[in-house]
Design a protein. Structure first.
Length: 878
């Protein structure tokens, strides 16, 4: 049977059609027993049946195969569970007949504490600690709950039965058809599901309350929460009902199950999981508390719900054929969730905020250690790491690019026909392209292959030369090295006004266009009315590429920004591209800082928010490269953000926008980090009022994170009071969003002893293992301490988080901030004996970032005139 080992996919001698699963979990001993009988179609004569199973003990004597045609029961001569390959191989003494058969298997397992497979999560009820039983099967952990063909293309129907304590709520994908109570236990059976993949099967058992509503076509929707918190489910319920109605129109297919349940789970590795008909969430991604949740929390709930519900069509009804096409699920759900959120909350300008997704995609894909959107998967262990910014964010961004190239209507119509064609089945990337190609008549496959089959993206350099426009593409790498890639780039441009709009496909390395013929105007000096004053490529940032302008075009754009002639998305794009070019050492820091100066009067949330994150990164580089300039740069940033700070003030204004509410927190948080005295003092005052009264209007939820950060700036080994108070608030609150805010601010402190205490605190039993990653937002001063701590605790960390994807966050958060070649070498040496497949990619990417930082630091050290420029900016009078 060695021929079955080391294979990426199961042999298909037999394929499952229907599973009848019976599970009996014991929530006290945290063990479960189960049995499954699987209707199979044996498609070729074979002595073997190979399916997936892992961490289960199989009752060998229970295994049998009843062949329908011969009415004969076969018992295997050998039953082997190959743990390394997570397969169960059944060997029979004679050939099994082609046709239908029923495979029966009995097994036992443990409700683990790793947040995957069939696991336990803990909660308190009336002061008592309790366990609930939860499943999380994506990508490949259904095999940890019952033996199965655990691949997305092996779709079957599922008939589930549970034996549970009679006082508990027991949920699964489908509605209950029967509940038989027998003393303290009950047997709950559910309707048989439509055909679906194993990774979407789900079960949750515990004590819950719920709120309920119906869609206009009668689908029952519920949000389940911890007992006593049902009110916090109302907002998600509203979003879910509206979103289901919207998707029914958009995809032109109704939601396919009779009910939808959504439930908050206290211990949850990801943000949420789209199980068919039973969507599971982290508490922070589902619950919204009127008094204590922030605007950003509300937005998170809406987008996560919209994302998971998009999967009910894109993923659950039509499923990727293999994990190589994971991006079809995740990229699409991400993109569609913006469509839904925009329709429900237009005032959130969510499509502008989408640029945060694109920029994260561009950031990761600017590394040589990135990967193509369509990526080879050869082992289940490799799947976890591709739930990354490439599959989600680059995926969503190239879809947005394609939609804006083809037009919204054609796009929607073609999508609807794709969904109809592949409903209850599986699809590959090229199947989607074929549907879009048919619908639009455009060569979609050829265009898109250049974006999904190779990693990276282009930077388009644009120059004006003697009334000609020259375009040249080359692969953009943050390291500044040249890359090899070439793309078919949908170029869009505007000239002087958004009414003068042109586009073409850049198919070659370069292209030269005659300005007069192409644009119908000339580019010349100011004052010439017939001439266009500025040219902006990648209009509204709908393309997944960067643009580098020649000096003259860049100057015209700077002035257009100051005159507020450009859209917010374009203002974002110019800033973001300039920052990327600066990191890649193609633009001086002096130029970047000058450009940042033109954004002083910027009021748009997404643009200012990006300006803030860029300023954080600049400060870190300056601290390494030119520490003597640090205070001046901080002074400049304080000045830069003063305009927004004054506009927004500390107290929410009546009827203000959602975006202003979010921006206020970010601006004040930034000023606190730059050490602005006024902000620190006011924060202190308000924090004290909050300690007296948790409902004080002086500290609304939108301000809390900023104030906590400010409080931590004043904490030191000799004055620990702010830290102790925050820990007290952490211990007292039962709202996870509050806990997350506090965890996210603790390590922003500058005192290394306190940072070490914080890092040890996040490993304690007071912090759920799902939440540790929030505590890893360590200040610049704490970088070295965090690295030493990671080394000292690696064995424990690796043991506790090593089987999931959270371990990658430890590596990226702690390694990436460094900026020297020596450090990179030291880190590499440490991991030489400790790396493993599940962190290999992240480690390489983080080390590449350290190298990029190191080169950037060298560049900034050698930058002439930086000191004068910084001083001028710091003392500029407005
Ligand atoms: N399918 C994923 C959940 C998932 C993530 C399973 C990683 C296995 C590994 C789900 O649809 C998802 O994408 N969740 C996101 C939230 C979403 C709004 C981007 C998450 O968990 O972060
Ligand atoms: Zn998803």
């Amino acid at each position: 049977m060695d021929q079955f080992k080391g294979q990426p996919r199961l042999p298909k001698f037999a394929v499952p059609k229907r599973y009848d699963i019976h599970l009996i979990p014991d929530l006290n001993t945290c063990q479960f027993t189960g049995s499954v009988s699987i209707d199979l179609h044996i498609v070729e004569t074979t002595r073997f049946i190979v399916l997936n199973a892992a961490e289960l003990s199989i009752d060998n004597r229970s295994v049998s195969l009843a062949a329908k045609s011969s009415s004969k029961v076969f018992e295997p001569t050998k039953v082997e569970l190959v743990e390394d390959d997570e397969i169960l191989v059944l060997e029979f003494s004679e050939n099994l007949p082609v046709g239908m058969g029923v495979l029966a298997i009995g097994f036992e397992g443990v409700l683990n504490d790793k947040m995957k497979g069939f696991y336990r999560s803990t909660y308190e009820h009336n002061g008592q600690k309790k366990n609930m039983a939860v499943t999380q099967f994506e990508p490949a952990d259904a095999r940890r709950c019952f033996p199965c063909w655990d691949e997305p293309a092996c779709k079957a129907t599922f008939k589930i039965t549970l034996d549970v304590p009679s006082e508990l709520v027991a949920l699964s994908n489908m509605p209950v058809i029967e509940e038989k109570v027998d003393g303290h236990q009950k047997t709950v059976s559910y309707q048989e599901s439509p055909i679906m993949s194993t990774y979407l099967v789900a079960v949750v058992i515990g004590l819950f309350d719920y709120v309920e509503d119906h869609t206009s076509d009668g689908i029952k929707v519920r949000v389940y929460c911890q007992v006593g918190k049902a009110d916090q489910g109302k907002f998600a319920l509203y979003v879910a009902v509206k979103t289901l109605e919207l998707y029914k129109e958009y995809f032109a297919v109704p939601y396919s199950l009779p009910k939808l349940d959504m439930i908050a789970i206290p211990d949850f590795a990801a943000g949420a999981m789209e199980n068919y008909g039973l969507v599971t969430y982290r508490e922070t991604a589902l619950l919204y508390d009127d008094k204590h949740s922030a605007a950003a929390n509300k937005q998170r709930v809406a987008t996560v719900v919209a994302h998971e519900l998009a999967h009910q069509w894109f993923g659950n009804l039509v499923t990727m054929e293999w994990w190589t096409h994971l991006w079809l699920n995740e990229g699409f759900a991400t993109w569609v969730s913006y469509l839904a959120t925009d329709s429900l909350f237009p005032e959130w300008k969510i499509w502008t905020q989408f640029l945060d997704e694109s920029t994260e995609g561009l950031r990761l894909d600017g590394l040589a250690e990135s990967h193509p959107i369509e990526v080879d998967i050869n082992h289940a262990r490799e799947i976890d790491e591709i739930f990354d910014a490439i599959s989600y964010r680059k995926g969503a961004s190239v879809i947005r690019m394609l939609q804006s190239y083809l037009g919204a209507e054609v796009f929607q119509r073609s999508l609807a026909s794709y969904i109809k064609r592949y409903a209850c089945s599986n699809a590959k990337t090229e199947d989607l392209w074929a549907a879009l190609e048919e619908g639009s008549g455009e060569p979609v496959n050829k265009l898109m292959n250049s974006w999904t089959k190779q990693k990276g993206y282009p930077v388009v350099a644009v120059k004006v030369k003697e009334q000609k426009l020259e375009f040249e593409q080359s692969q953009f790498l943050s390291s500044g090295s040249p890359g090899e890639g070439q793309w078919i780039v949908p170029i869009t441009l505007c000239c002087g006004s958004y009414d003068v709009h042109k586009n073409f496909l850049l198919q070659n390395k370069s292209e030269t266009l005659n300005i007069k013929e192409f644009l119908g105007c000339s580019i010349s000096k100011e004052g010439d009315n017939a001439a266009c004053t500025w040219i902006k490529l990648n209009v509204n940032q709908s393309g997944f590429y960067r643009v580098k302008y020649d000096e003259d075009l860049a100057a015209k754009l700077r002035s257009a920004i100051e005159k507020k002639n450009l859209s917010e998305t374009d203002r974002f794009g110019i800033l973001d591209d300039s920052f990327a070019l600066c990191m890649a050492r193609q633009l001086s820091l002096t130029s970047l800082l000058n450009l940042m100066g033109s954004y002083r009067e910027e009021t748009e949330y997404t643009v200012v928010s990006n300006l803030i994150s860029i300023s954080y990164k600049v400060l870190r580089i300056v601290a390494d490269a030119r520490p003597e300039l640090l205070d001046y740069v901080k002074q400049f940033f304080i000045c830069l953000f003063q305009y927004s700070a004054e506009r927004l003030g500390w107290d929410p204004k009546q009827g203000e926008s959602h975006l202003d509410a979010m921006l206020r927190g970010e601006i004040l948080g930034a000023l606190a980090l730059f050490g602005h005295d006024g902000t620190l003092n006011e924060a202190s005052k308000r924090f004290h009022a909050f300690l007296e009264d948790r409902n004080t209007p002086l500290l609304p939820p939108d301000l809390r994170k900023a104030v906590y950060v400010a409080v931590m700036q004043k904490v030191s080994s000799s004055d620990r009071s702010g830290y102790e108070s925050l820990l007290r608030v952490y211990r007292e609150t039962d709202l996870s969003q509050e806990k997350t805010r506090i965890l996210g601010s603790l390590a922003s402190c500058t005192d290394v002893n306190i940072i070490l205490e914080v890092l040890n605190f996040i490993l304690s039993s007071e912090v759920r293992s799902q939440d540790v990653v929030f505590g890893l937002a360590v200040s610049r001063e704490g970088r070295e301490t965090a690295w030493k701590w990671l080394k000292d605790n690696w064995d424990h960390i690796s043991k506790t988080w090593g089987s999931g994807f959270l371990i990658t966050r430890f590596v990226s958060a702690i390694v990436s901030p460094f900026a020297s070649f020596e450090k990179a070498a030291e880190i590499e040496e440490f991991f030489a004996t400790r790396s493993k497949p599940s962190i290999a990619r992240t480690l390489k990417q983080s080390l590449e970032r350290v190298h990029i930082n190191a080169k950037w630091v060298q560049n900034v050290q050698n930058e002439e005139h930086l000191a004068e420029a910084v001083k001028e900016l710091a003392f500029r009078k407005y």
